[in-house]
Design a protein around this ligand. Structure first.
Ligand SMILES: [Zn+2]
Length: 452
């Protein structure tokens, strides 16, 4: 008896609180819908299975665009279109790297960085100059660099709890090392993969050249350890590199845009997106197939729950985040050229792991305003909404005064697989992925309703 009375009382208070807080009810509905649905997971499965290696300029990248174009039509989006642009591109063909050990060669597991130039047809073989980062190379007599293969061997700081920050601390040698080595007359560059995982899988990534270029590749954590160990025994050790790649001067590519028209302010856009491209050596499950699947899921949730959005929700699947960021620049240009009023832009490019928070790149009063929603989202695992950087694809909109939001996840496993062949569908947990869709849809719902 006591139990049933308690239940009745609980039900009563529950109902009372629901009727007092309609936002709480809608947020609950958003998460229920997200957690009971599998579209994001199914869409991501398609991307990984049918369009791996969907780098800018590939057929796979356009197949991925076509797939989501069809999906948005199926959802009943009000407008779906390809925002086309012209850009240079780069195509990887093959990469082999090996230690020349007397008569025999010891292969190293390697992937070319983009946009590495090709070596001559039969590759290059040269002595190694090992350095622990850009500063160390700058301090070396340039005569000692000429004709060598520079090996940047600085590891990621594994003691950093936030793996994105750990990555940020080590990625400089990959991003700018080849350009510096080229300016000093190096013949080639090898980089220790920027990863938190001790394994044999190499991680690719972009590098930015100035006028001079040099063939460059990343080798796995284990292979970097092997190379440094061999070098300690033989300072004159040689490595052979053969990279074949192609520069494409101009291609046409596109971002994919799908709109759910707003009922009150249709000309004000809430942009939500991720990037559709992925490195040539990976299915790109977490980076950033997950972000595309979740962004599309935001629209699906609004549609299925018939939430009346005041502003237009615009899903953008950006092309070419990885190589030249041509898609993000083209989108910002398109917005400027057409006087488009973006009310807000949110990006998801931190993998499909468990949600933890949102970073807001905006003026302090707006950050404070958005941070007030944290309490409502805390039951769903959002521990912070705070000031900070958002994401590469929406960043060019900052100059246009658009408040930016970056979705954040538990980062512990992301850098194990980032830009590698290990970024596969089996690393995706459907519940974590769908929680992410829910978090994004819920915050967009609140901001759309209350503005800033
Ligand atoms: Zn990414």
């Amino acid at each position: 008896m006591r139990t049933s009375l308690l239940l009745v009382l609980l039900a009563f208070f529950n109902l009372t609180s629901i009727s007092q807080n309609p936002d709480e009810t809608v947020v609950r509905q958003i998460f229920d819908n997200a957690l009971l649905n599998q579209d994001a997971y199914n869409n991501l499965t398609y991307l990984c299975k049918e369009t791996p290696g969907r780098l800018l300029g590939t057929e796979a990248s356009m197949q991925a665009i076509q797939y989501f174009e069809d999906y948005f039509h199926k959802l009943g989006a009000d407008t779906v279109f390809r925002q086309e642009f012209k850009t240079k591109a780069w195509k990887h063909i093959s990469t082999t790297v090996s230690i020349v050990d007397g008569e025999k060669e010891i292969p190293l597991r390697a992937v070319a960085l983009g946009p590495s130039p090709s070596t001559p047809e039969f590759g290059i073989a040269a002595e190694i100059l090992e350095v622990m980062g850009l500063d160390q190379l700058k301090a070396i007599d340039p005569e000692l660099v000429k004709g060598k293969i520079v090996f940047f061997n600085r590891p990621v700081d594994l003691t950093n709890i936030n793996t994105f920050r750990a990555y940020g601390g080590a990625v400089g040698q990959r991003a700018r090392g080849p350009a510096l080595a080229a300016s000093l007359g190096a013949a080639g560059v090898l980089v220790r993969s920027v990863t938190t995982k001790f394994d044999t899988v190499p991680h690719s990534g972009s590098t930015r050249f100035d006028s001079l270029r040099v063939p460059c590749a990343a080798i796995s954590f284990v292979d970097a350890d092997l190379l440094t160990q061999k070098l300690s025994l033989d300072k004159n050790l040689k490595v052979r590199m053969n990279i074949q790649a192609e520069d494409l001067e101009e291609i046409t590519s596109c971002n994919l845009i799908a709109d759910l028209r707003g009922n009150v302010y249709p000309d004000e856009y809430i942009v939500v997106g991720g990037h559709i491209d992925a490195w040539y050596n990976t299915p790109g499950a977490h980076d950033d197939g997950a972000g595309c699947a979740q962004s599309a899921d935001v629209m699906r949730i609004f549609k299925e729950l018939a939430i009346s959005n005041k502003r237009t929700i615009r899903v953008v699947l950006f092309m070419d985040e990885e190589l030249f960021q041509s898609g993000s620049r083209a989108f910002a240009q398109y917005c400027a050229d057409n006087n488009i009023s973006n009310f807000l832009a949110m990006e998801t490019d931190a993998g499909g792991f468990t949600p933890v928070g949102f970073m807001v790149d905006a003026d302090d009063p707006i950050v404070e305003n958005f941070a007030a929603y944290q309490e409502l989202l805390e039951p769903y695992g959002i521990y912070y909404i705070q000031k900070g950087g958002s994401g590469v694809d929406i960043d060019p909109l900052k100059k246009q005064g658009v408040p930016l939001i970056g979705y954040r996840t538990d980062s512990q496993r992301y850098m194990d697989i980032h830009h590698s062949a290990s970024d596969t569908m089996d690393k995706i947990n459907i519940r974590e992925l769908q929680l992410g869709s829910g978090c994004m849809a819920a915050l967009i719902y609140l901001i759309d309703n209350y503005g800033y």
